[in-house]
Ligand binder design. Structure first.
Ligand code: 6GU
Length: 237
């Protein structure tokens, strides 16, 4: 899978891309991540300006349409595979595990990170990206959201996780839309807190039943919205 990340701040991704699981996936060529500085497609004005003030007034600056369209089209031409275009914005559809699973079936994704007050609307009208948000809060730019998406998608790619089964039980994963059950390791007792007896007796049926019950209870207590009909979910297809 190939990611193309378009950003005014490519260096934000430096540490993230060289850490642990993602770094290993890159080394093993399970994923290719290309960062592109939007400013490289700016007109050659003295400051390689990419933004301007909004027509009609208002605070902040908007990223200009011409630079963005030129940038996206040039990057797409670098590889014959068509890219799924995703624009990160708090106005987008909510990102969740279903969206991550869907994206993990694609072989090329372009992530457009906004800054300032966002992009000129014609970026959306012309490029018709999917608009995606990672939650109901406002970030200073799309870069952190792009990292969230790369992180959630890459760990779903075959061969990335050490244990092929280790995302099956994850909260929200395929076949389990509930929160995960609690887990314990040694010691068996610490400061008077004992590991639940059922986990120690080797009765695998009883363990599975206990875990299922714990998942249900946790979900009911913390996220009862997840227990409503799946088809009511905004991101269900
Ligand atoms: Cl994708 N971008 C920004 N700037 N803020 C956000 C977001 C994205 N998702 C939630 N808040």
């Amino acid at each position: 899978m190939r990611f193309d990340i378009v950003t005014l701040f490519p260096a934000i991704f430096d540490g993230y891309l060289t850490q642990s699981l993602l770094d290993k996936a890159i080394q093993r060529e399970l994923v290719h991540i290309h960062r592109h500085d939007l400013r490289d497609w700016a007109e050659n004005t003295p400051h390689r300006k990419v933004d301007d003030r909004p027509f009609g007034g208002g605070p902040g600056m908007l990223i200009q349409v011409e630079t963005t369209v030129n940038c996206v089209e040039a990057i797409e031409a670098m590889d014959p595979r068509p890219a799924r275009r995703i624009l990160l914005t708090p106005q987008g559809k909510p990102f969740d595990q279903r969206v991550a699973e869907d994206l993990a079936t694609t072989d090329r994704i372009m992530l457009l990170c906004g800054r300032y007050e966002g992009f000129d609307q014609r970026v959306v009208d012309i490029l018709q990206p999917e608009e995606v948000s990672i939650g109901d809060f406002v970030l200073n730019g799309g870069e952190v959201a792009a990292m969230v998406i790369v992180d959630a998608v890459v760990r779903l790619l075959p061969g990335v996780l050490g244990d092929e089964n280790s995302n099956i039980d994850d909260s929200f994963s395929r076949g389990n839309r509930l929160l995960e059950f609690p887990q314990y390791t040694r010691p068996r007792t610490y400061r008077g807190h004992a590991v639940p007896e059922v986990l120690l007796n080797g009765d695998h049926k009883a363990i599975a039943a206990w875990r299922e019950q714990q998942s249900q209870q946790r979900t009911q207590q913390r996220r009862s919205d997840l227990l409503r009909n799946d088809t009511d979910h905004p991101s269900s297809k």
